[in-house]
Write a protein that binds this ligand. Structure first.
Ligand SMILES: CC(C)(COP(=O)(O)OP(=O)(O)OC[C@H]1O[C@@H](n2cnc3c(N)ncnc32)[C@H](O)[C@@H]1OP(=O)(O)O)[C@@H](O)C(=O)NCCC(=O)NCCS
Length: 175
């Protein structure tokens, strides 16, 4: 019998709006994924204030989630997470693309996010999408034995959409 990984291809991963009844499963995944997880109340608050809250659905249930706030031309990605057995299969990239498309449809120009310098998979994912470092917040995160800085990343949504279109048309970036 094929394993969950064998059976799941990115094409079978979909997304939908998060609802309050998802919060239990989301909290379980959050607790497994972060050393300093958000509590369930934060997810409920994000829903209550109308942030863009999306979940990834896989044939095996919750595959991940992403949360984004928007306003005044700027979107802020507050949390993205992919279930451990689905990582490295472009699910995070898809999730980011869904959020970025939504920000663009809503008329935002820029997307910001913070990330720990130690979170290499996340750094590489964001950089591969075109995010560039625009700042550093000293001691922003709780960390084992102290605090950890946050790198602040920013993406120009028009430039991201244009690059995606060029790639879809098979145009190579100018050298
Ligand atoms: C960060 C995270 C969302 C990435 O999700 P993912 O589904 O594994 O990422 P993808 O498979 O879409 O990878 C996209 C790109 O990210 C980079 N990447 C992802 N995982 C990587 C890893 N383990 N090592 C190196 N690069 C990695 C690569 O550039 C990759 O592109 P490539 O496959 O063409 O090389 C996932 O690791 C996660 O949920 N981590 C725990 C929660 C977390 O840290 N969230 C981010 C908080 S800022």
């Amino acid at each position: 019998m094929a394993s969950a990984l064998d059976r799941l291809t990115p094409a079978r991963v979909t997304h939908r709006a998060m609802v309050e009844s998802d919060v239990g499963a989301i909290s379980d995944l959050e607790n497994l994924s972060y050393m300093f997880p958000w509590g369930a109340g934060i997810f409920r608050d994000c829903l209550r204030v109308g942030y863009t809250c999306r979940i990834v659905e896989s044939p095996d249930g919750l595959g991940g989630y992403g949360i984004m706030s928007m306003g005044a031309g700027e979107a802020h990605i507050l949390n993205i997470c992919v279930r451990a057995d689905l990582r490295g299969q472009n699910v995070g990239r898809r999730l980011m693309t869904w959020l970025l498309d939504e920000a663009r449809r809503a008329g935002q120009s820029w997307v910001f996010l913070e990330v720990r310098p130690s979170n290499r998979p996340a750094l590489l994912l964001y950089e591969s999408l075109g995010f560039a470092q625009v700042g550093l917040r000293r001691g922003y995160y709780q960390a084992v034995g102290g605090r950890e800085d946050a790198i602040v990343y920013r993406l120009d949504l028009d430039a991201w959409a244009a690059a995606r279109e060029r790639a879809a048309n098979g145009v190579r970036p100018a050298r």
